[in-house]
Write a protein that binds this ligand. Structure first.
Ligand SMILES: [Zn+2]
Length: 215
């Protein structure tokens, strides 16, 4: 029952395989919980395939085939696996130290009620991928980005200016968005986040979390 979805442009990039691996991982997590977006991605893929079929053959630059094979070998199977849409429980078990096949760092204490763990994405990129776990009622300090932030809620919920984000919901935020989320009552909220660019935080907790987020 997801109500907050990634932007169509982000889903289109995912379908085309041009979204970086870190952000693809967050989209994949959302897709495991959102049939509507799975259908959208499948339709985009089909449209892309038809466009390729209709395209006149063109001369390929030298090395293009090898490059394509490398990309196919390294990226496609993983992305396809991620798109299968199995329930998240099948791909993310908290006791298993991985998420959708990616290794996870240990939980690290950030500030009272807030923990952070890194997600090991091998591809070189300026996108940082991590998980945050926050206790109910916690207010995350207001922060602003100089890049984009893509978040998928894995459990629990948070609330900010954009509404309530529960398990499966995706927050596809631009650099101009200024958040100050509060964790909803009930269970702890665990989020998967892919962040591009720098985060600029204000306040005491902000200064504490900033060095971790920068890793
Ligand atoms: Zn969706």
């Amino acid at each position: 029952m997801s109500r907050h979805h990634p932007k169509n442009t982000t889903l289109a990039e995912f379908a085309a395989g041009t979204l970086d691996e870190g952000r693809s991982l967050v989209i994949a997590a959302h897709l495991t919980m959102c049939g509507e977006c799975r259908e959208f991605v499948a339709a985009m893929e089909e449209a892309g395939g038809q466009m390729l079929d209709a395209t006149e053959p063109a001369a390929m630059p030298e090395g293009a085939l090898a490059l394509a094979m490398t990309r196919l070998g390294l990226e496609q199977p993983r992305q396809r696996l991620l798109r299968k849409g199995s329930p998240l429980a099948a791909v993310w078990q908290p006791e298993k130290n991985e998420l959708l096949g990616y290794g996870l760092g240990p939980w690290r204490w950030v500030s009272p009620g807030l923990h952070y763990r890194s997600v090991k994405v091998p591809a070189k990129s300026d996108t940082r991928v991590f998980m945050l776990k926050a206790v109910p009622g916690l207010k995350i300090p207001q922060h602003k980005h100089t890049g984009t932030e893509l978040t998928c809620v894995l459990s629990g919920a948070f609330i900010h200016e954009g509404g309530r984000y529960g398990a499966g919901d995706c927050d596809d935020a631009d650099q101009d968005v200024d958040h100050s989320p509060v964790i909803d009552e009930g269970e702890a909220c665990i989020c998967l986040v892919a962040m591009q660019g720098d985060i600029k935080m204000t306040g005491f907790f902000g200064r504490m979390i900033q060095p971790l987020i920068r890793i």
